[in-house]
Design a protein around this ligand. Sequence first.
Ligand code: ADP
Length: 259
Amino acid sequence: MSQRIDVKDLNIYYGDFLAVEGVSMAIEPKSVTAFIGPSGCGKSTFLRSINRMHEVIPGAHVQGKVELEGVDLYGPGIDPVAVRRNIGMVFQRPNPFPTMSIRDNVLAGVKLNNKRISKSDAEELVESSLRGANLWNEVKDRLEKPGSGLSGGQQQRLCIARAIAVKPQVLLMDEPCSALDPISTLAIEDLIQQLKSEYTIVIVTHNMQQAARVSDRTAFFNIAGTGRPGKLIEMDETATIFSAPREKATEDYVSGRFG
Ligand code: ADP
């Protein structure tokens, strides 16, 4: 099944403030797309608009379309909760439920969605999700222990296990490694490479080496000044963005001349 996302002329607001203007892009299925650009250019805002998380902030809204397999996620009759189930999210700081066991953390999203699930199905789902997040071998003997007892990198993989347990098509990751040490970062990057065979992945990163390592396509966003809206400057194969971008602003950014 195709899991292609097409964003069409999207404007994203916080109240009256236009934070991101006029973004159109295609996000290819079963690949990794990276969003890069200086702080404040709207990468996170744009990411959160893809699964309708943006609008949970009072006054926050969008104009334009985000289509998944041709269906406008902002169209009439679309349930934002269903959108967020289908398009999961992993955040900057690993946020397992601290008092919940590792097992219950994996199942938290499934239970939140009011899915009734038999004990044996639950056990299977816990194992397959933890395996999918490359965490099973490290935690299989302590599934009853609290998630907060894991290292930061393990907690982030637990959050990824929780996200994939609800069987989404798309995974959005907002700087998923920014709170992690280099070894844990590499573990997450390896995991992203594996996950892309099953999921469409979008990752915001301030780390250009990371974008170059993990992504197939890269989108560069920029902002003309404080109070101005962020814009998509260009998007292309990652190798092209880093070696031969079309726009000078992109070249300046990827070569470290600003941002
Ligand atoms: P980036 O992820 O590229 O650093 P953000 O998406 O966080 O950029 O921010 C884009 C713009 O939106 C900034 O001007 C920021 O101040 C503004 N912004 C972000 N979150 C909020 C919010 N909750 N309320 C109002 N403005 C916000």
